[in-house]
Design a protein around this ligand. Structure first.
Ligand code: AMP
Ligand code: TRP
Length: 339
């Protein structure tokens, strides 16, 4: 809870590539909505990004890209704190403390590590393995109550809760009782998960080689039209009911995208298009995407042309985040016996 009695929200996005429609509908759009009711911190988690090698030139550009995307999508730096993780040193300090609280057995259960490491377990960085402890430090450093994330991050949130509980317990006699709030994930429903335009069973992702699988926030209108017209569908017309979408993942995905952008339930959209060909629907979907994304893209271009503005926002964010984290880390050190 923050000093003004509003609940505190924390979330982060990694600066590892161009942001896409999945990042927007599954994360950033929600960040924007939360800033009126909560005290929000939105971080660019560069220290998470380097758990996998990053070209320094690209990393520097990607950090600014995520910051511009936050702003262009509507995060207001007067209401929320926008900052870069590495500009607040306490994240690393608390993550070390959490490396000593978190258990190897807990980390071994993390499915994202297993997926990312694959058969290469012995060769990936130690950072990738303890990555969830750093994520717990991000959240708990600010005593955050709520964490908006995609459902792929749910397990990391559970680990964060376990770390908070274990810390509070282990140090209960030393001022740690109830010190950390037990943060709740804010996970949007399944429809906000955006799938690849080429394979409706895979998530739209920055790391997929073909950019035809995703709509990027920087895509020009013509490219949006092209990607949607080439998006995979099937030989059947648009169905009448949600039940009939069951084994048609690509169709379901396009309808979900339409629904998230227009905030109209899928059933109403089906009522409009049932029995029609995909070409009509795709035309309207492209128009809708352009109507939503063009202003964001224009704003991105404007912000990117104004380096001073971006630098000021991030400097101010770092100062405000440091003020909060400094207060908490001092108490944490005291509880542990480190000062
Ligand atoms: P990432 O791109 O993995 O760094 O994710 C940044 C944020 O966007 C996280 O909260 C993810 O859960 C969310 N996200 C990433 N890809 C998608 C997607 N395809 N659909 C919905 N949310 C997504
Ligand atoms: N692990 C998150 C992801 O890959 C990014 C992240 C890092 C994060 N720290 C966080 C998200 C703290 C929410 C809160 O998407």
């Amino acid at each position: 809870m923050s000093s003004n009695n509003k609940k505190r929200v924390f979330s982060g996005v990694q600066p590892t590539g161009s942001l896409h429609l999945g990042n927007y509908l599954g994360a950033i759009k929600n960040f924007v909505n939360l800033q009126n009711d909560f005290d929000c911190l939105y971080c660019i988690v560069d220290l998470h990004a380097i758990t996998v090698w990053q070209n320094p030139v690209n990393l520097r550009a990607n950090i600014l890209d995520v910051a511009s995307a936050y702003l262009a999508c509507g995060i207001d730096p007067k209401k929320s704190i926008i900052f870069v993780q590495s500009s607040v040193p306490h994240h690393v300090e608390l993550s070390w403390i959490f490396n000593c609280i978190s258990r190897i057995g807990w980390l071994n259960r993390m499915t994202q590590f297993k997926e990312k490491a694959g058969k290469n377990k012995e060769k990936v960085s130690a950072g990738l393995y303890i990555y969830p402890n750093l994520m717990a430090a991000d959240i708990l450093l600010y005593l955050a109550d709520l964490v908006p994330v995609g459902d792929d991050q749910k397990q990391h949130l559970e680990l964060t809760r376990d770390i908070a509980q274990k810390f509070n317990n282990d140090y209960s006699e030393f001022g740690g009782k109830d010190f950390f709030p037990i943060p709740e994930p804010l996970i949007l429903d399944e429809s906000s998960r955006v799938m690849s335009l080429r394979d409706g069973t895979k998530k739209m992702s920055k790391s997929e080689t073909s950019s035809m699988t995703r709509i990027e926030l920087k895509d020009e209108n013509d490219l949006i039209i092209k990607k949607i017209s080439k998006a995979k569908t099937d030989a059947f017309p648009i169905p009448e009911s949600i039940d009939e979408l069951g084994n048609r993942p690509e169709v379901k995905n396009l309808l979900n995208i339409f629904s998230s952008l227009s905030e109209v339930p899928v059933l109403n959209i089906l009522n409009n298009y049932a029995g029609k060909q995909f070409s009509d629907f795709k035309k309207d979907l492209s128009d809708l995407l352009i109507a939503r994304l063009e202003p964001i893209r224009n704003e991105l271009i404007r912000i990117e042309g104004d380096n001073g503005y971006l630098r000021d926002v991030l400097e101010d964010g770092a100062i405000r985040a440091n003020e909060k984290s400094e207060r908490n880390i001092k108490e944490i050190r005291k509880i542990i016996g480190l000062g």
